[in-house]
Structures are given as C-alpha cells and as structure tokens.
Design a protein around this ligand. Structure first.
Ligand SMILES: [Zn+2]
Length: 95
C-alpha cells in the first residue's frame, strides 16, 4: 500500500513502522487507522514516534523526545480502539 506523506522524514518513520513497530493496533479497513508505536528510532530527528495510516493511505506521524511522552499518547490512542463499542473492542474482535 503506497503511503501519502507530508515530508521525507514522515516516510522514514513509516518505513520503520512497517518493518516492525514496538506495538501496533488497528487496521485501515475496520478501524479509523492502523497505528504503530516506535521506540528508539535510530538516525531520525526524534527518538520516538507514533505513525498512523488511514484507509486513504494518508500517514500522520507524531514524534516525541521522551519515551514517557510517547507511551502516554500511545495509551490514549489504544483506549480509543479498545473502549467499549470501539473498533477494536473485545466483542468486535471475533473475525
Ligand atoms: Zn481499532
């Protein structure tokens, strides 16, 4: 799936996310987004990032300077997926 990026750096984070994120959740078909958590990215301006891709292929990258900030945002985003009635709620998970 070709991604659509705001800039070259976003594309680099996205490539890393496809390679194997530290955590990931959701998908572009049944969710609002596929989201991936990256911790300790080498050779990139910010060490930590969350990469979100929507069904149109648009890639949104949010970067963090500390792992704590990244984990706090990641937890909040996971909650959106996993809340009752959410796209990744337990009951909707049997497919
Ligand atoms: Zn979801």
């Amino acid at each position: 799936m070709p991604g659509k990026f705001r800039n070259k750096t976003d594309e680099q984070y996205w490539t890393l996310a496809l390679d194997g994120p530290d955590e990931q959740i959701g998908d572009v078909q049944s969710c609002h987004a596929w989201e991936a958590l990256l911790i300790d990215c080498d050779d990139l301006p910010h060490a930590h990032a969350i990469v979100a891709t929507d069904s149109q292929g648009f890639v949104d990258v949010e970067t963090f300077d500390t792992q704590w900030q990244a984990m706090r945002e990641w937890t909040a985003r996971k909650l959106v997926h996993e809340q009752p009635g959410g796209c990744c709620a337990e009951s909707a998970d049997e497919h």
